[in-house]
Design a protein around this ligand. Structure first.
Ligand code: C2E
Ligand code: CA
Ligand code: CA
Length: 749
């Protein structure tokens, strides 16, 4: 292996090009030959002018110039060369005579890169050229990368700085790159000292920064911080500063070098992302993630300090109805308004808290207090510290009160109520999950008991939760196993002393016990089981009606209670027709009872069915009348036949004057609309008399009979009513006789 490669390639693999300038023809030829032999590409020139002319057409990588030439010599040529664009940094090797110190000095003065003593040691010359080429390439690289760095720093809004410690007490010297100056809104060459820089930082932040800088300097530690600055024209930016200490050869810290970067946009983007991850985009409230995070922190604190915390689960009542009726846009508007009101009920902080809670002050945990959205129409209020449960109940009451005002969305006013379950740490759970679950249990208890209220969790409710599950699956089986039975309660016309019909009331024969409807109908309605149960009810009522037609020789209209869900089924009328058809009875043998509340709330859905029922001759009675919020004006337009005064008013009869006032109003109204009126829950002769006096002759209640199984009712009819042995409307003036003449009462219930 020779010590010279056969070619002299540049890094990109191309052989290096040399312009060789010498007036000595023999020397020129020999040198050219020797260098070609060593892999260089050579162009020859015999003088300065010729060399410059060649450069107009061809660009070498290096120029070798004989210093001494007639006419334009090497020095002049080099000096000219340096004025040409593109040749400022071209490596130039000046060939000088041995020990010609003056030439060497001159060569550097005119801008030559290096010199070489003329000789025939070609290998040395080639070596020197290669060295020149390499360093030229490195310089070029450096220049390029510096340009790139500058561009990159500009793009990244970043620049570098250098700070030298000054005399004791002085602020030292701060040197900033052009890019760094730009970060602070300054032009290239402008000066920005440390004091001027600090003045860009506003008030409190400046004091903090100075404190930080003092600490960093005292320990010669690394500096890394974000600094808010206010630039000319009031532009607010956030500048990230990062710097490392520099030391002299004795290990003494002499200053810092570092970078500054405008991170305002990145910060904004980060904040945005953090908001998205932690806040509900619709309402702007903390989302589930953020809530759980806050609750965990709050529980940690409560554990340490030994105090209580509370979690309120807030669920809107019947939101689905509104959403379905109004559409999602109005539903969203409504949620936004609800969120706004909820926010006003707690000391709410909208700050993104993750990783940002530092133990500042003794009550920092208070900042965790929030109301957030779990999703849908479910909200949570976190109270990080409560004195006792009444504290939490007060907030719950505030929420209920806040909902009272109607909300205007979708072109109408809506009253939205909420059911609230409360769980207290540590009593009702030690973890977020336990508290959430128990608040949920309490919330469902509220829903069960009529909504629009708040309830504390209690372990008893838990038991009920399990019971409910068991009940639900048992109820499923009850339908399949024919465990449902109907009892019948007569409806009596006291004036004619006649039974005008019966109401079918469902019971569940579960093992040895008879489960009352209040214990399973609400659950059946919730689960949807009420639909198949009602279909069974229709068939069973039709069957019984037919059976009585046969055994009694007369038709007893059977009233059946219909839940609202059955009206949502478009084939209700077909179901009825099928039932009456199957047993060959008239459709008018069945009468549907629908509660006033259900009817009025779902008027639009129910109306078409009501009209069709009317057409086929099935009458409709409005149950529990007076408890709903009937717009009385509507009542006249409805295809209904009967209103059934709620037993609450009957109970009040003779006790408060209001009771009879309401009843006479209902009677007057019904009469004017041509509707029948019946009173239910009649338990005493006093009530019977009073109702009769007010003009209501149709009644139902324990006074006449409890609901009875079909065979017992039939027996009751045969003994009590059909022979008319018992006067229904007697001279009921004996005050002691109030409870006495109960007809067949107490046998069942
Ligand atoms: P409702 O439709 O208002 O039925 C009248 C309730 O009052 C019945 O209770 C009945 O036993 C009771 N009652 C009758 N006379 C008196 C009285 O003099 N004093 C008092 N305090 N109460 C009296 P029950 O049978 O326990 O039914 C309760 C509720 O369950 C019913 O109220 C109805 O809403 C529902 N329900 C009963 N059976 C069915 C059914 O087959 N289907 C549907 N969907 N709901 C039913
Ligand atoms: Ca009823
Ligand atoms: Ca009723």
């Amino acid at each position: 292996m020779t010590d010279q490669p056969s070619i002299a390639p540049a890094d990109d693999g191309e052989p290096s090009k040399v312009l060789l300038v010498d007036d000595d023809a023999v020397n020129l030829m020999l040198t050219a030959a020797a260098l070609r032999e060593r892999g260089f590409v050579i162009k020859e020139a015999t003088g300065g002018e010729q060399a410059l002319a060649t450069l107009g057409r061809w660009t070498p990588d290096v120029i070798v110039l004989d210093a001494l030439m007639p006419g334009m010599d090497g020095f002049q040529t080099c000096a000219r060369l340096r004025t040409l664009p593109g040749f400022e940094h071209m490596p130039v090797l000046m060939l000088t005579g041995l020990d010609d110190e003056a030439s060497i000095t001159r060569a550097y003065q005119v801008g030559a890169t290096d010199f070489f003593v003329k000789s025939n040691q070609w290998s040395l010359l080639a070596g020197r050229l290669r060295y020149l080429l390499r360093s030229s390439r490195m310089r070029l690289e450096l220049e390029r990368s510096r340009a790139r760095l500058g561009r990159a720093q500009d793009l990244a809004r970043m620049g570098s700085f250098d700070w030298r410690r000054g005399a004791e007490g002085g602020s030292g010297t701060l040197l900033m790159s052009t890019e760094a100056l730009r970060v602070f809104g300054r032009g290239p060459g402008e000066r920005l000292g440390l004091h001027a820089l600090l003045r860009l930082v506003p008030g409190e932040d400046r004091r903090n920064l100075i404190r930080l800088l003092r600490g960093v300097l005292a320990h010669s530690s690394v500096l890394a911080t974000d600094v808010p600055v206010v630039l000319a024209g009031g532009r607010q930016r956030i500048v990230h500063v990062e710097a490392e200490p520099e030391y002299n050869e004795y290990g003494q810290s002499i200053g810092y070098t570092g970078i500054v970067q405008d991170v305002t946009d990145r910060r904004a983007a980060e904040d945005h992302i953090r908001r998205l991850a932690n806040f509900d985009p619709l309402t702007g409230l903390p989302n589930r993630h953020q809530l759980i995070w806050r609750t965990e922190r709050a529980l940690q604190h409560a554990r340490r300090m030994g105090h209580m915390a509370a979690l309120l689960l807030i669920d809107l009542d019947r939101f689905k109805n509104i959403n379905d009726t109004l559409g999602h846009t109005a539903g969203d508007d409504l949620l936004v308004e609800v969120a706004r009101r909820l926010r006003g009920c707690v000391r709410h902080s909208d700050q993104v808290m993750e990783g940002a809670v530092e133990a500042v002050g003794p009550a920092w945990h208070r900042k965790l207090e929030a109301v957030g959205r779990l999703g849908g129409d479910e909200f949570v209020a976190l109270l990080p510290e409560v004195i006792d449960e009444r504290d939490a109940e007060r907030v719950a009451q505030r929420v209920l009160d806040a909902m009272r005002e109607p909300i205007f969305v979708g072109g109408g006013e809506w009253v939205v109520t909420a059911s609230i379950g409360i769980a207290i740490y540590p009593r009702d759970g030690l973890t977020v999950a336990d508290l959430m679950r128990n608040a949920d249990v309490a919330m469902y208890a509220v829903k069960d008991q009529g909504k629009n209220a708040a309830a504390m969790f209690s372990p008893l409710l838990m038991g009920r939760g399990r019971e409910r599950l068991e009940l639900e699956s048992a109820l499923h089986k009850a339908l399949e196993r024919d465990e449902l039975v109907l009892h019948f309660q007569p409806k009596v016309d006291v004036r004619l002393a006649r039974v005008v019909g019966v109401e079918a009331l469902m019971r569940w024969q579960r093992g040895g016990t008879l489960v009352p409807p209040a214990d399973f109908i609400p659950l059946a309605e919730e689960t949807g089981l009420i639909v198949p149960m009602s279909e069974w009810l229709l068939r069973e009522a039709a069957r019984q009606s037919r059976a009585w037609e046969v055994s009694l020789g007369q038709t007893l209209t059977i009233a059946v209670n219909m839940p609202i869900r059955i009206f949502e089924r478009s084939d209700l009328v077909e179901q009825i027709q099928a039932a009456v058809g199957a047993y060959g009875i008239a459709p008018s043998s069945l009468l549907l009872e629908i509660t006033e509340n259900n009817l009025m709330k779902n008027l639009q859905d129910v109306m078409p069915s009501l009209h069709r029922l009317n057409e086929i001759g099935v009458e409709v009675s409005v149950d529990d009348f007076g408890t709903g919020y009937s717009s009385l004006a509507y009542l006249g337009t409805l295809p209904i036949s009967e209103v059934k005064i709620d037993k609450a008013f009957v109970r009040d009869l003779g006790i408060t004057p209001k009771g009879s006032a309401v009843i006479s109003a209902i009677i007057a109204l019904a009469r004017s609309l041509g509707l029948r009126v019946i009173a239910e829950g009649v338990e005493s002769l006093r009530q019977l008399d009073e109702l009769h006096r007010l003009g209501c002759a149709l009644m139902q209640g324990y006074q006449f009979s409890r609901p009875l199984p079909a065979d017992q009712l039939e027996a009751w009819l045969r003994t009590s009513v059909l022979p008319r042995r018992v006067p229904l409307l007697g001279p009921a003036t004996d005050p002691d006789a109030g409870e006495a003449p109960r007809l067949a009462a107490g046998r069942q219930g």
